[in-house]
Write a new protein. Structure first.
Length: 388
C-alpha cells in the first residue's frame, strides 16, 4: 500500500494525470466513519461488524472471508487460563487486522490476551481514507489501550508500519505500557519528499487509484489524505523520540531493503533512543555496521528459496499462511518491475521474491509475502516479552 509514498518524486505528475472515474464505488467515500470509542471491546466488535456489512465494497465472491479479514478480533490465551498479560496490535496504512493472523496466534500461545484494531478509514473502501485523521487514529489506539489496562495489568503494544508509529507514540506518553513489538516501523520514510504530502493533499485526492485485484486484506488504491495522515504519524513519533528515550523492552523487525522505510535511520534510532538491554532488533539483510550487540543480522538473500531480499510486509507472515504464505492463494505481481515481467509473473513456474521495486536480469519477481525466519522471530518475541 505504501508503494506510492516511495514514488513521491512523481507527485506533480500525478496531480495532472487523469484518474479512474469516481463512479467506481471503491473510490466513493462513505457518509461517515464508524464509532470506535465503545465502553467495552465486545460492543466495539459488534458495532464494527454491522458497519462493515453495510459499507464495505466487496472485491471477491467470498463476503464472509472479506469481513473476517477486516474485522478486529480478540484471542484469549491459548492455555485457557485467565490472562496475566495482553497485547494490542495495530495494522498499517491501507491494511487490515488480517496482517496479525500469524503473529497474533503465536502471542496467544505465549499466554497473551490478543486484541487488534481496525483503524478509522480502513476495512470498507479505499475512498474512506479521504475521511481519515491521524489524531483519530491515535485516539483509537489510546482508547483501546485503556480498555485493556482496565482488564489486565501487563499490557504490551504492537504495530506494523504506520501502526508501529501509533503504538510507539502511545508508549512514549503512557508509562504503564510494558513494552513494544514493532514490525517494519515506518518512523522514518524512505522518501525525502513526504513533507510535500500536505500540499499535494490540497490538489489531488489520489496517489494511486486502481481497480481491485481481488486482495481483500488491504486496499489497492491510496488517497492522498491517507498518505498525508501517515506522514503526520512519522512527524509526531520522531519529535517524541527527539525529546525522550524509551527504556522498556522493544522488539523491532526490519528489512534492510524496505522500499517504504529508511531502515538505516530506524536502526540508528534503535541504537540511540531505545536503551533497554533486553531489546532486540532483527535486521533482515546483509551485514550492517553496528557495535550494538542487541542487533541480529539475518541474511535476506536466500537463493534456495528463490528470495532476493525481504519486503516491507513479509516479516509478519508464516510460510504456511493460506493467503500470503509460500503456497498461499494470493500472489502480488505488481512489484515495481517492468511491464513484461509483471505479465509473466502470474503463471511463472520459476518465480523469485523480493521487496517492491527490486529488479534483476533474467528473473521475474513477485512480492515476498512471508518470512522464512518466522519461527525465530516468534521465539525472540517470547524472550523480549519475558524480560523484566
Amino acid at each position: 500500500m505504501l508503494k506510492s509514498i516511495t514514488l513521491l518524486t512523481t507527485l506533480l505528475l500525478l496531480i495532472s494525470c487523469s484518474q479512474v472515474s469516481n463512479q467506481n464505488p471503491l473510490h466513493t467515500a462513505s457518509a461517515a466513519l464508524p464509532e470506535h470509542r465503545q465502553s467495552d471491546f465486545q460492543s466495539y466488535l459488534s458495532d464494527t461488524r454491522t458497519w462493515l456489512e453495510q459499507q464495505r465494497v466487496f472485491v471477491s465472491a467470498d463476503k464472509q472471508a472479506e469481513l473476517n479479514a477486516n474485522m478486529p478480533y480478540e484471542l484469549p490465551p491459548a492455555d485457557g487460563q485467565p490472562p496475566q498479560k495482553a497485547v494490542l496490535l495495530v495494522h498499517g496504512l491501507g491494511d487490515s487486522p488480517f496482517f496479525f493472523r500469524d503473529i497474533g496466534a503465536e502471542l496467544s500461545k505465549q499466554g497473551f490476551l490478543v486484541r487488534t484494531l481496525l483503524l478509522p478509514g480502513h476495512g470498507s473502501r479505499p475512498a474512506d481514507l479521504m475521511l481519515a485523521d491521524s489524531d483519530e487514529w491515535q485516539e483509537a489506539v489510546s482508547h483501546h489501550t485503556r480498555l485493556l489496562q482496565q482488564q489486565v495489568g501487563e499490557v504490551w503494544l504492537g504495530g506494523f508500519s504506520t501502526g508501529a508509529n501509533l503504538v510507539t507514540s502511545e508508549a512514549l506518553s503512557n508509562d504503564d505500557i510494558s513494552g513494544l513489538l514493532l514490525f517494519s516501523p515506518a518512523i522514518v520514510p524512505e522518501s525525502a519528499m513526504t513533507h510535500l504530502l500536505p500540499v499535494v493533499n490540497l490538489l489531488s485526492d489520489w496517489l494511486d487509484q486502481e481497480s481491485s485485484d481481488g486482495n481483500y486484506t488491504r486496499y489497492g488504491s491510496l488517497t492522498t489524505n491517507g498518505a498525508t495522515q501517515y506522514y503526520y504519524t512519522t512527524r509526531q513519533v520522531r519529535q517524541q523520540l527527539v525529546e525522550n528515550t524509551y527504556d522498556k523492552p522493544v522488539l523491532i523487525a526490519l528489512s534492510a531493503d524496505d522500499s517504504v522505510v529508511d531502515s538505516e535511520a530506524v536502526k540508528s534510532l534503535f541504537e540511540q533512543r531505545f536503551n533497554n538491554p533486553a531489546s532486540k532488533l532483527f535486521w533482515f539483510g546483509e551485514t550492517t555496521e553496528t557495535t550494538d550487540s542487541r542487533i541480529e543480522v539475518l541474511t535476506s538473500r536466500l537463493p534456495q528459496l528463490q528470495i532476493s531480499n525481504f519486503s516491507h510486509m513479509s516479516l509478519l507472515f508464516a510460510a504456511n499462511n493460506p493467503f500470503y504464505g509460500r503456497n498461499g492463494s494470493h500472489r502480488i505481481c505488481e512489484n515495481g518491475q517492468t511491464e513484461a515481467a509483471e505479465k509473466l509473473c502470474p503463471d511463472s513456474n520459476d518465480l523469485w521474491y523480493s521487496n517492491w521495486g527490486y529488479q534483476e536480469a533474467d528473473k521475474v519477481h513477485a512480492r515476498l509475502t512471508w518470512n522464512p525466519y518466522f519461527d525465530r522471530l516468534v521465539s525472540s518475541i517470547k524472550q523480549v516479552t519475558s524480560a523484566k
